[in-house]
Design a protein around this ligand. Structure first.
Ligand SMILES: Cc1ncc(COP(=O)(O)O)c(C=O)c1O
Length: 419
């Protein structure tokens, strides 16, 4: 009897062409996903991915936690979970953000998500209609661009400098849009150790942003995956803590400070926004991975995060310094780069005659990879930047990789000058 339910061998005889949805018809894999293929080639040094160093993973502590969770709470940890997230995890998150970011939130303001990437996808889905506009920094996180594109949302990019989004340009843009009868749905920013630019938004600009948001009635989305990874300089208050009565949705994640493999992130917002994300999640994945939630909850409860982050900071600070000194040594005159106080990326700018997207092929021939800057601009407009990740590679690879890249840039510069 059961055999009837076995899958049958299926040989398609008709080759039926699919008509994809308008939104997905134009979707293309990101350069980063493509580059990941090369990252594993023998001898390749990749500054492409945004991966934490595996040495930052507290593997032994996590193994103990997994054992304990399965012994004590296996019947819950392996079961379907609550859509909003494990209540004890949300309480731990509330405690954590009060301590680290000065954010006052109750469990009802918090929803656990499958990485903060899920929140980046959910927010335009619940707040923006296709064709409407969101303000971003330019450049901005490539995964946010993908999430906006997948929702048919337009992006208006505001330029940055070393103090973050230029809020005077934002102000002028909002005024112009208003005069045209347009209102963007929210302003998306990555204030700490920006991906890809490495910049941190100054306190003055954060305050200006808050004023602009409150005056115009346009909410802010503050995406902060790297905030705890500060190697130098002084901490700057989170935008949400500067605007407790205003509309700021704060996005956090354990990917860079615990492990990305657990896929645990969270959004903190008003009950109304959290409620809509909850409804969307019921259509997307019902709940975040329950076992991961238990692991993250125990990790916080046992204070492992507080012990592990300083070790990760030491590891990364050295790598950042090594990459900065190697850039100084090997990159030709006319190049410049950010000097991040934390996070995972350096943003390098080369002569404007060099197209870093076209240059990738030559870099790969020399067995070194990066992500070209154009991928991070909503309109792909700027072509002479590259994002360099300094956290994943071994120390000697950082020096050798930047040496190889310096050679490629120098030879491209020569060609550009001769043209
Ligand atoms: C700025 C930013 N936001 C969000 C994410 C998504 O992280 P996750 O989904 O792993 O939490 C990343 C990952 O690189 C990021 O750089």
């Amino acid at each position: 009897m059961e055999e009837n339910y076995m899958p049958q061998q299926y040989e398609p005889t008709i080759n039926m062409p699919y008509e994809f949805s308008h939104i997905m018809e134009g979707a293309r894999p990101s350069e980063i996903r493509e580059l990941l293929k090369y990252a594993s080639m023998p001898g390749m040094i990749s500054f492409g991915g945004g991966m934490p160093n595996p040495k930052s993973f507290a593997i032994d502590a996590i193994r103990e936690i997994v054992d304990d969770v399965l012994i004590k709470n296996g019947k819950y940890a392996l079961q379907y979970g609550n859509t909003a997230g494990l209540p004890e995890l949300r309480e731990e998150i509330a405690k954590m953000v009060r301590e680290t970011e000065g954010i006052e939130a109750e469990s009802k303001h918090i929803i656990v998500t499958t990485g903060s990437q899920q929140a980046l996808y959910a927010l335009p889905k619940v707040l923006v209609n296709p064709g409407e506009t969101v303000i971003t920094e330019a450049p901005t996180y490539i995964g946010a661009i993908s999430a906006f594109n997948a929702n048919g949302v337009r992006m208006a990019g505001i330029p940055m400098d070393k103090d973050g989004m230029k809020t005077d340009v934002l102000q002028a843009t909002l005024e112009k849009m208003k005069s045209e009868g347009k209102k963007p749905k929210y302003i998306y920013v990555i204030p700490n150790f920006h991906n890809p630019a490495g910049y941190t938004m100054s306190l003055e600009r954060r305050k200006h942003l808050v004023d602009l948001s409150n005056d115009s009635g346009i909410p802010i989305v503050e995406d902060n995956p790297y905030g705890e990874l500060r190697f130098s300089g002084r901490k700057i208050p989170s935008i949400k803590s500067l605007n407790p009565g205003g509309e700021v949705t704060y996005l956090g994640t354990f990917s860079k400070v615990m492990t990305p493999g657990l896929r645990i992130g969270f959004a903190i917002s008003s009950e109304a926004v959290v409620g809509k994300i909850n409804l969307l999640k019921q259509a997307v994945d019902l709940s975040t991975n329950t076992l991961s939630e238990f692991i993250a909850m125990e990790y916080l409860k046992r204070g492992i995060m507080k012990v592990q982050i300083p070790k990760t900071i030491e590891l990364y600070r050295k790598k950042r310094d090594l990459m900065l000194s190697s850039l100084e040594k090997y990159f030709p005159e006319g190049s410049d780069w950010s000097r991040p106080d934390g996070g995972m990326f350096i943003w390098a700018e080369v002569d404007s005659g060099i197209d870093t997207t076209a240059m990738i092929r030559k870099a790969l021939e020399k067995k070194v990879a990066y992500v070209s800057g154009a991928s991070f601009f909503p309109d792909g407009s700027k072509r002479n930047n590259m994002r360099l990740n300094f956290t994943f590679s071994e120390d000697d690879q950082i020096v050798e990789g930047i040496r190889r890249l310096g050679e490629v840039v120098s030879s491209e510069l020569k060609i550009a000058k001769e043209a």
